[in-house]
Design a binder for this molecule. Structure first.
Ligand code: MN
Ligand code: MN
Length: 371
């Protein structure tokens, strides 16, 4: 290479470097402006909840018969509140189910403590806003906020609260959106918790309440959590949800149990998962016995166990009434059942608790007030 060539090459390199530097400088300035605007927005979002007035620790807690969305959301939301400078702790109402225990173990996160009595404490409710589903003493608690994806319940406060409810697949998705709104980093553990909760609550994005936000959350959280196969994770969760290993009949019946009230009638429905018809029929018999044994310990007038089989997009439900009154109401409100096997009324196209069972009972009870 002669001197002339070297000079030309050096000049070319210099021009390239100068262009690149200029380009970088221009980009940096535009980017800096965008970053500053973003930082201002994050700051405003964070300060938007600076009015939360809590005495002592804020306990973040979900509903009774906790599911994975309720437990994982409580933990992730308490962590977010901590990042915003609040003293917050997650709590649970009752022991967690096998699926939630699996998520916590895989995430490497400890199970939150049970809160025996909420009276007098500062509380942030997640995944519900109904006293009947809340921890004991909630009517005497100081509720500072609600994060939810259900209908508005009967929780009342006279003071200002933060209330973020959206028609979305999981409360955990609302938590994810808020981490972004506040410009806060999600750590690996928290990402795993939120991912597990969303997969569970949306039944791997197949549930009817699933939104684009839930769909976007899955890959984003999976990347942070280091989960390469979310289908496999959902399959593992589903297997845990079907496993009642080490659970008593009472624990199975009340593992996913919710109470409601319509026209002065209180009713409770416990959901139980089964793998196939044979297991569903078996569980129905066990739940019938459990209903008869434990119905008196509950304040409900009507009680049911709903043993469900979910395969692909098909849903079959075995509805087991606790007593004669529960059975009569069931037959009157839902005369279109496909079969009665001596224990359970079988609905071969499903009788989903949120979508059909509760709305149907609400209509029936309003039209036929109990004497
Ligand atoms: Mn829930
Ligand atoms: Mn939920």
């Amino acid at each position: 290479m002669n001197l002339k060539t070297k000079t030309i090459l050096a000049a070319l390199v210099a021009v390239c470097l100068c262009t690149f530097a200029g380009y970088q400088a221009g980009r940096t300035s535009a980017e800096r402006k965008a970053a500053e605007a973003q930082a201002t927005l994050y700051q405003l979002n964070r300060e938007s909840i600076s009015g939360l007035s809590a005495e002592g620790t804020i306990y973040v807690i979900g509903h009774k018969s906790p599911d994975s969305d309720t437990v994982c959301t409580a933990i992730a939301w308490a962590r977010l509140l901590n990042m915003l400078g609040y003293e917050a702790e997650p709590a649970i109402t009752m022991p967690v189910n096998n699926e939630t225990a699996y998520i916590l173990k895989e995430a490497g996160v400890e199970t939150p403590e049970e809160l025996p009595d909420a009276a007098g404490l500062s509380i942030f409710l997640v995944d519900h806003s109904e006293y009947a589903q809340a921890a004991e003493g909630m009517t005497d608690a100081h509720i500072v906020g609600i994060l939810d994806h259900h209908g508005v319940g009967n929780v009342y406060t006279g003071h200002q609260i933060m209330y973020d409810a959206r028609p979305i697949g999981a409360t955990a998705t609302i938590v994810w959106l808020n981490y972004m709104n506040y410009g806060l980093e999600i750590d690996k553990e928290t990402a795993y918790l939120l991912l597990g909760a969303i997969l569970s609550d949306t039944a791997n994005l197949t549930g009817t309440t699933t939104t684009e936000a839930d769909r976007a959350a899955i890959p984003a959280l999976a990347e942070i959590a280091g989960v390469t196969d979310t289908e496999a994770l959902y399959a593992a969760l589903h297997a845990e949800a079907l496993s009642y290993a080490g659970k008593t009949d009472e624990e199975i019946l009340f593992g996913d149990y919710k109470e409601y009230e319509t026209a002065g009638v209180k009713y409770g429905i416990g959901l139980v998962n089964a793998l196939n018809d044979e297991i569903a029929a078996e569980l129905a018999v066990r739940m019938k016995a459990a209903l008869q044994e434990y119905a008196d310990t509950r304040s409900a007038d009507l009680m049911y166990a709903s043993v469900g089989i979910r395969e692909n997009n098909e849903k079959i439900d075995y509805i087991v009434p606790a007593d004669e009154y529960s059975e009569q109401v069931l037959k009157d409100a839902f005369p279109d059942y496909d079969e009665y096997n001596g224990t359970a009324y079988i609905f071969r196209t499903g009788l989903g608790r949120k979508t059909k069972f509760v709305p149907g009972l609400t209509d029936y009870l309003n039209a036929h007030p109990h004497e």
